[in-house]
Design a protein around this ligand. Structure first.
Ligand code: DAK
Length: 273
């Protein structure tokens, strides 16, 4: 896939034992791939546990600065595992540890997440992509919230994140009809950043991740936090919290290094401090 040399991070020992995902670290960029090909990467309890564990480890590993989240060419993720869900009662599904940790964990991941979509991103899979900060998709990828077709509604954030991303009316149409949109349509709605030729989605997502990873990690984290606030609080509160984050960066070594490097006409070397 043109991702260069992969090394396994020491902070992630044991990750080669994952059954439903794979994790590879190449310098400051980690790539996590969902890997349940027989079920189009549907989210089941095992996958959720493994993905949450991997995100915990990647967040704790200071050498990792940006994470690419991908599936396979055939599917990023076809949603929650319908087979597993079909036998669950209201009591079972409402237990906090059934699937919901995955959107919660990805949604509060402090480092940038770049989603690399191909094939299908449906239901809980699209909800997972919408927990990411940048979304790259292969031409022809189908995105949708088809839960209504099986008698439920999006439960992993789709009714909240989709309207924020594409506006109330487009989100309502997608959620109430269950119809899929193509990557190209999704891009025109603002749900996808870039649409790339088939086979190039991982390469493009990695390129973006490498670019982000070259910046000051403290500034990147502050920017991500400030942008997240824009989706949750009113304008004046958002501006206020932005200012606090902005002022805070003036106490960092990376700010000194970034500005000195500019004035000395050299490339900065950021330490994340
Ligand atoms: N779950 C389980 N298996 C799935 C699956 C899924 N979501 N999607 C596909 N598969 C399996 C198929 O059953 C099939 O398995 P075999 O029959 O070969 O054993 C295999 O993957 C290949 O699928 P198809 O034969 O259907 O392939 P096609 O190319 O014909 O169709 C498709 C691809 C993606 C259009 C189709 O598979 C499809 O419509 N899949 C279901 C999509 C869907 O309805 N997704 C939404 C699921 S509901 C929660 C919060 C959120 C949620 C749950 C809980 N809590 C807060 C607790 C989220 C819910 C959802 O996502």
């Amino acid at each position: 896939m043109g991702l260069g040399f992969f090394t396994f991070s020491p902070g992630l020992s044991g990750m080669e034992n994952y059954q439903t995902i794979s994790v590879a670290v190449d310098g400051p960029v980690a790539t996590v791939r969902l890997n349940r090909p027989d079920a189009l990467n549907a989210l089941n309890s095992v996958l959720v546990r493994e993905l949450v564990g991997a995100l915990d480890a990647l967040e704790a590993d200071d050498s990792v600065r940006c994470v690419v989240l991908a599936g396979s060419d055939r599917a990023f993720c076809a949603g929650a595992d319908v087979k597993e869900m079909s036998t669950l009662s209201m009591d079972d599904i409402s237990k906090a540890d059934h699937l919901s940790p995955v959107w919660e964990r990805a949604g509060r991941f402090e480092k940038p997440l770049v989603a690399a979509l191909s094939g299908y991103a449906l239901g809980g899979g699209l909800e997972l992509a919408m927990c990411c900060d940048v979304i790259v998709a292969s031409e022809g990828t189908k995105l949708g919230q088809p839960e209504i077709n099986i008698g439920i509604i999006p439960g992993g954030g789709g009714t909240q994140r989709l309207p924020r991303a594409v506006g109330r009316y487009r989100a309502t149409e997608m959620i109430l009809t269950g119809a899929m949109v193509t990557a190209e349509e999704a891009k025109s709605m603002g749900l996808v950043n870039r649409v790339v030729p088939p086979g190039k989605y991982l390469e493009e997502a990695t390129k973006i991740a490498v670019e982000i990873a070259s910046k000051s990690p403290v500034a990147v984290r502050a920017a991500k936090k400030a942008i997240a606030a824009s989706q949750e609080v009113g304008l004046s509160q958002g501006l206020e919290s932005n200012l606090m984050l902005f002022y805070g960066l003036f106490a960092t070594e990376d700010k000194k290094e970034g500005m000195s490097a500019f004035l000395e006409k050299r490339k900065p070397s950021f330490k994340g401090k």
